[in-house]
Design a protein around this ligand. Structure first.
Ligand code: PLP
Ligand code: COI
Length: 339
C-alpha cells in the first residue's frame, strides 16, 4: 500500500503505476496493453485535437470494510460510452472490453485504492480519442481507448455539505439537439467560462437553464439536478442533459424507498417549491443545494433554510454510499466485487 494522506485527498490527479490501452485499427480492436507511460504519442492532425472526436467516462472503485474493492456500475458506464460513440461517430468499445480493462487497471493499481473510512475512492477515467490524421471534417479511421485511475477525495470541499449555485444565461453548455447528452470534451470547454463567472461571484458552481427558452432547469454545472417535494423525486427531462448514472441510481433507490419519481421539464419558478434539492454525479454523489440565485431577475431560491442537507437527500446519499461499499444488498446488480 502506498503512503498517501488518504483523508486529505483532493479531486485531483495523483500518478499511479499503470494505465491500460487498446487501439482500434483496420476496423477492429486490438489486444489490451499495460503501460506505465503517462503520455501518449499521436499525430498532430489527429481528429481528437481538431474536430473534438473525444469522449470520456468517469466511475469509481471503493475500498471497503471487508478489505474488498467494489466498482460501481461499470456496465452502465460502458453503455453510456457506446451512446457517445454513436453520437460522434467513433467505434463503440464493446462492453466486455470496457469491463475487462476497468477491472484490469484497478487490480494493477490496487495499492492506490484508498482504504475504507477516508471519504476517498479510486476515480477511473476511460478516454477514447480519434488518433489518425484528417484535415477534412470526417471521423478518424484509428482510435485509442485508454483508462487511467487516480485516488480522489470529495469533489467539493466539505464533502456532503450544501452549496450555492448561480443561474448563468450568457453561456449554454449544450444545445437541445447538440452533444449535451454525450460525454464529450467540447461540453466541458463550453462550460468553463460560465464556471469561472460563478466562482468569481463566490458560488460553488454555475446552474444552466435550457438553451432554447431559458425557462426550464437543465444541469448544475457538471452534474444533474434533482428536487424533492411531497415524497417525490423530480429531475429534468431534457435532450441536452447528460444521462447521469448517479441520478439513475438515485431514482431507483427513491422508488425502492417508496418515493414517487418524476422525470419531466421543471420550470425555473418551481425551484421555490422544493423542500430539498441536490446536484448529483459520480464525483460528489449528492451535493445538496442550499440556494440558487437568479441575479438578473433579483431572485434567490433558498432551498435549505438551515443550510443543512435535508432528510431525503441524506437518506438517499447514505443508501447509495452503502451499496457502493457493500454494506447494503446490491439488489440491482450494480457492483463488481474484486477480492
Ligand atoms: N452531468 C454532467 C455534465 C457530467 O459531466 C456528469 C459527470 O459525469 C454528470 C452529469 C453526472 O453523471 P454520472 O452520475 O454518471 O457521473
Ligand atoms: C462527476 O463525476 O460528477 C463529474 O461531474 C465529472 C467531472 C469531473 C467531469
Amino acid at each position: 500500500m502506498v503512503q498517501l494522506d488518504w483523508s486529505n485527498l483532493k479531486f485531483g490527479y495523483i500518478p499511479t503505476n499503470y494505465n491500460v490501452r487498446c487501439y482500434y485499427r483496420n476496423g477492429k480492436w486490438g489486444e489490451i496493453e499495460v503501460s506505465s507511460e503517462t503520455t501518449i504519442n499521436i499525430h498532430m492532425a489527429a481528429t481528437c485535437l481538431h474536430y473534438g472526436q473525444e469522449a470520456f467516462e468517469g466511475l469509481k472503485a471503493h475500498g471497503c470494510k471487508d478489505g474488498k474493492v467494489r466498482i460501481f456500475r461499470m456496465r452502465a458506464n460502458a453503455e453510456r460510452l457506446q451512446s457517445t460513440c454513436r453520437g460522434i461517430l467513433m467505434p463503440e468499445v464493446p462492453t466486455e472490453l470496457f469491463e475487462e480493462m476497468v477491472t484490469k487497471v484497478v487490480k494493477l493499481n490496487r495499492e492506490f485504492v484508498p482504504p475504507y473510512g477516508h471519504d476517498a475512492s479510486l476515480y477511473i477515467r476511460p478516454l477514447l480519442i480519434g488518433t489518425s490524421a484528417q484535415v477534412g471534417v470526417h471521423p478518424a479511421s484509428e482510435y485509442l481507448f485508454i483508462i487511467f485511475v487516480t485516488p480522489v477525495g470529495p469533489y467539493f470541499k466539505g464533502g456532503f455539505a450544501s452549496s450555492n449555485y448561480v443561474i448563468i444565461r450568457e453561456y449554454d453548455r449544450a444545445a437541445p439537439l447538440g452533444t449535451g447528452r454525450y460525454k464529450v470534451g467540447g461540453n466541458y470547454a463550453a462550460s468553463l467560462a460560465a464556471n469561472k463567472i460563478a466562482h468569481d461571484k463566490g458560488y460553488s458552481c454555475e446552474f444552466y437553464l435550457d438553451a432554447k427558452e431559458k425557462k426550464y432547469i437543465d444541469e448544475c454545472g457538471a452534474a444533474n439536478f434533482f428536487g424533492i417535494k411531497n415524497n417525490t423525486y423530480i429531475t429534468p427531462k431534457s435532450s441536452s442533459v447528460l444521462p447521469s448514472i448517479t441520478n439513475n441510481s438515485l431514482q431507483q433507490i427513491a422508488r425502492d424507498m417508496g418515493m414517487k419519481v418524476e422525470v419531466r421539464p421543471i420550470p425555473e419558478e418551481e425551484l421555490s417549491t422544493f423542500e430539498e434539492a441536490g446536484a448529483c454525479g459520480t464525483a460528489a454523489v449528492i451535493s445538496p443545494i442550499e440556494k440558487i440565485d437568479d441575479l438578473e431577475n433579483g431572485k434567490s431560491y433558498v432551498i435549505s433554510k438551515d443550510g443543512k442537507p435535508g432528510p431525503w437527500s441524506t437518506k438517499l446519499y447514505n443508501h447509495l454510499r452503502k451499496i457502493q461499499l457493500g454494506e447494503e444488498p446490491d439488489v440491482h446488480n450494480w457492483v463488481t466485487v474484486l477480492d
